[in-house]
Write a protein that binds this ligand. Structure first.
Ligand code: A2P
Length: 323
């Protein structure tokens, strides 16, 4: 899949990116997965300082480029993100440098603020955990991310990142950022799949030249606790896939791309890594059928509220819509 989108600063971004979050996290798993992905043809890797596996991603990139001299660093699109306890100006700069060292790169293509939450640190390497077992939120910096964003702009100006953006930001937070920012965010990376189509937020992003990126595009294999439903078991979706001789993942990836945003599937299984990249196009009828599954759904599978002790989505919680 060679399709690309263009960011608000003119930088091209491949429509399908490979997610490197390894839930098992066993040594070598990320290296093998990224190596398979690069050999398959993925040129876009989605990383994060928090995933604690940037060293393995870096080793895989280094070895792949050594073996494939026709592919250059410039042909790759590498994203990474700053974690919550590193939102102070100097810490943001420290974070990008630490990621670059681990990734063995001298710039990333995209650098994101991972969550709209600033938390206290316990040394550089980890967030401070309070007596309640949750992050210790820095209220002022969370409510006003200006200091954080100035650092993001600085590292872009210094060439450490070609583009800067955010992840898990809501419309009110994006509205606030728009007022603070000298450089507007290029991207908002959020959870999107047919059980969480996130229509309003996606529209806001498009209207403001922010490209959405979908994480957990396959629905994370998780169940809706109230109903036990899984995206992967939805009959309509599986029928569409079967009828076309495709996998459900291919249908879900195609749906996202057709909706106009980047999709970030992740897998540690070589066959699935390959088939996910082997993308298809949906017929109008199938596209509408997926839309009808998504209609009126709003179910979040990734909600860090209990870990952070902070509600990133108060608006939907007030409507009692989230997990
Ligand atoms: P695996 O690594 O065994 O392939 P999401 O991106 O929505 O969070 O989903 C990630 C999960 O989906 C992973 O557990 C991954 O497991 C699984 N997965 C990835 N690709 C496919 C696929 N083509 N078919 C089924 N499951 C997949």
């Amino acid at each position: 899949n060679g399709k690309t989108f263009t960011l608000n600063n003119g930088v091209k971004i491949p429509a399908v990116g490979f997610g490197t979050f390894a839930s098992e996290g066993s040594k070598g798993e990320t290296y093998n997965a990224v190596t398979t992905a690069l050999r398959t043809g993925y040129r876009h890797l989605d990383c994060a300082w928090f995933y604690q596996n940037e060293d393995e991603v870096g080793d895989a990139i280094r070895d792949f480029l050594k073996e494939n001299t026709s592919v250059k660093r410039e042909d790759l699109f590498v994203t990474t993100k700053v974690w919550n306890h590193l939102h102070r100006y100097d810490d943001v700069l420290w974070s990008v440098n630490d990621s670059l060292k681990r990734l063995q790169l001298d710039y990333v293509d995209l650098f994101l603020v991972h969550w709209p939450i600033a938390a206290e640190k316990d040394g550089q390497e980890k967030p401070k955990i309070g007596p309640d077992g949750k992050y210790v939120i820095l209220k002022d910096l969370t409510e006003n991310p200006e200091e954080t964003w100035r650092a993001m702009e600085k590292l872009q100006a210094d060439g450490k990142a070609k583009a800067i953006g955010v992840s898990n930001w809501t419309i009110p937070k994006l509205e606030q950022l728009a007022k603070i920012a000298k450089v507007q965010p290029a991207v908002n990376q959020i959870e999107i799949h047919p059980f969480l189509p996130n229509d309003e937020l996606v529209k806001y992003c498009f209207d403001h030249n922010i490209l959405p990126q979908a994480y957990s595009p396959l629905g994370s294999q998780n169940q809706v606790p109230t109903t036990g439903e899984r995206v992967s078991e939805n009959k309509t979706l599986n029928d569409i896939a079967e009828k076309g001789g495709n996998t459900l993942a291919q249908v879900l990836i195609a749906w996202g791309i057709r909706r106009g945003y980047v999709v970030l599937p992740k897998s540690s299984n070589p066959k699935r890594i390959e088939s996910n990249f082997n993308s298809i196009e949906l017929t109008d009828e199938d596209f509408e059928a997926v839309n009808s599954v998504a209609k009126d759904r709003h179910f979040r599978f990734v909600n860090m509220k209990d870990t952070f002790g902070y509600d990133v989505w108060p608006e939907e919680t007030a409507k009692n819509l989230s997990a």
